[in-house]
Design a protein around this ligand. Structure first.
Ligand code: GLN
Length: 492
């Protein structure tokens, strides 16, 4: 019997079809690992032990009956706690939503369920997805499986740590400015932010609606393609979801990446880029060039504005989206208020954490009369220029490559007192959200200290297949280290 939690989705599928094992064995093996390792990692906020077991037993019967199995059959998944799973808590890492029970499934959850996936539980995150380290969770930080004194990245840090430590086969995250790709890079796994509109956001608790996307966090590019394919496509419940057809799964690997031209943005080689990160990227590009792939310099001149623009737009949209948490409609409600206004004030003062309050204030300011023109409107204009930079670059190249993050995973507590330094963790990722483009982070190396280094690949809108094809080739070249330390040991 193989060590079940260490399999990839493709390996799991072939094991099921050969009847080497059945879903309940796979689920049990994962639950056992979670029980042993989660107390230290704090990757899961809630584990659906019995629910997952019941579901697995039903799938055992289905397997015994025979018939075709879809690629998601019996796959144990973890879900970032920003997505609604009917009848279970959806806290968003916040006290504000601690008592909230989701009344329905998010569309991506429904799709995965219909395809036979099994949900193991909900993962930790920065409160309302605001952060880059998962330290902003109201339920304690998650630790990085590659070094317990380090952050797993954020905001989808619980999902990233769960995948890296093999506490699930794959996970869902959400990405508004880098929250799938940055933790994927920090935990040595693959993370994809799809094109804006490719995956329905219905049932995703909104942070910044023009930037938010749901995406897969997996052990390989192939697994990312499978999960992406399973959740992508139009949904009448999300008017921003695209009606463009999703290619068949096989077509996602249908291109020869050896013919791609790759662009390296000259503006990305900024001060603050760690030497080992830089070396790892350049070494990977040299290997690709060795295969005949052309790498050329491209220019994205508005790059220096991206982080400022992101933090104006994201906080403005957040200040509006989070107005709904007033103590009346959802979750937490302060006691002993004498008036409606007092109820709002007390609920919001006690329910939100510091970073969320900071964002609401920043966003409210940027939208207020007199400042709207100077901040929000200007940011929206520069956002357009950022998109145009990419459009021009893609006239010359098929994909753009960059580091995912300027540094390897940092220490818990290292940046939490300094929001500006923390915000700079997103410098390579947030421009894609502003431009609506797909981007994938994949592990390419380890530092001298054994910490993972990620590389980001960016494609034109709706061209995710380029990311998967190139990702698979890079995996062959770099033999990525997907297994965390010390969590790569099987549990007897
Ligand atoms: N780290 C960024 C922020 O704090 C991105 C978060 C995200 O993508 N949800 O806003």
């Amino acid at each position: 019997m193989p060590n079940l939690p260490f399999l990839t989705l493709a390996e799991l599928r072939s094991g099921y079809s050969r009847k080497e094992f059945q879903p309940s064995e796979v689920i049990e093996a994962h639950l056992k690992r979670i029980e042993a390792l989660n107390p230290e990692l704090n990757a899961y906020l809630e584990v659906f032990g019995d629910g997952a077991r019941d579901r697995a037993r039903a799938l055992d019967k289905k397997l015994a009956q025979g018939g075709p199995l879809g690629p998601l059959f019996g796959v144990p998944l973890a879900v970032k706690d920003v997505l609604c799973v009917e009848g279970t808590k959806t806290t968003c890492g916040s006290k504000m939503l601690e008592p909230f029970i989701a009344p329905y499934d998010a569309s991506c959850i429904r799709r995965l369920r219909d395809q036979g996936a099994v949900f193991l539980g909900k993962t930790n995150m920065d409160e309302f997805a605001m952060g880059s380290s998962t330290e902003n969770s109201a339920f304690g930080p998650t630790r990085n499986p590659f070094g317990l004194e380090r952050v797993p990245g954020g905001s989808s840090g619980g999902s990233a740590a769960a995948v890296a430590a093999h506490l699930c086969q794959a996970a869902l995250g959400s990405d508004t400015g880098g929250s799938i790709r940055q933790p994927a890079a920090f935990c040595g796994i693959v993370g994809l932010k799809p094109t804006y509109g490719r995956v329905s956001r219905y049932g995703l608790v909104a942070f910044a609606s023009s930037l938010d996307q749901i995406g897969p966090m997996t052990k390989t590019s192939e697994d990312a393609a499978i999960l992406f394919w399973a959740i992508a496509g139009h949904d009448p419940k999300d008017m921003t979801s695209s009606t463009r057809p999703v290619p068949p799964l096989e077509a996602l690997f249908g291109q020869d990446p050896r013919r791609f031209r790759l662009g390296l943005p000259k503006e990305y080689f900024v001060e603050g880029m760690d030497q080992e990160v830089r070396d790892a990227l350049l070494a990977t590009l040299a290997k690709l060039e060795g295969l005949g792939i052309q790498v050329e310099e491209v220019s994205l001149p508005h790059t220096p504005y991206a982080t400022a623009v992101y933090y104006i737009i994201a906080t403005s949209e957040a200040s509006s989206n989070l107005a709904r948490y007033d103590g009346v409609k959802y979750g937490f409600s302060a006691k002993h208020a004498d008036s409606m206004l007092e109820l709002y004030e007390r609920t919001r003062a006690a329910g939100f954490g510091l970073e969320v309050k900071r964002r609401i204030m920043l966003g409210t300011y940027a939208l207020s009369a007199g400042y709207y023109e100077a901040y929000f409107k200007k940011a929206a204009q520069v956002r357009r220029l950022i998109l145009e930079d990419f459009t021009r670059a893609f006239e010359k190249v098929d994909a753009i490559v960059s580091p995912t993050t300027p540094t390897p995973p940092f220490l818990l507590g290292e940046k939490i007192e300094d929001p500006l330094t923390m915000y700079l963790s997103d410098i390579y990722t947030n421009a894609l959200n502003l431009a609506g483009l797909p981007g994938m982070s994949l592990p390419i190396a380890r530092t001298g200290d054994g910490l993972p280094v990620g590389m980001q690949i960016i494609a034109p809108a709706f061209m995710e297949e380029r990311l998967f094809c190139l990702g698979r080739l890079i995996e062959e070249l770099t033999n990525p280290p997907i297994q965390g330390v010390p969590f790569d040991q099987p549990i007897a």
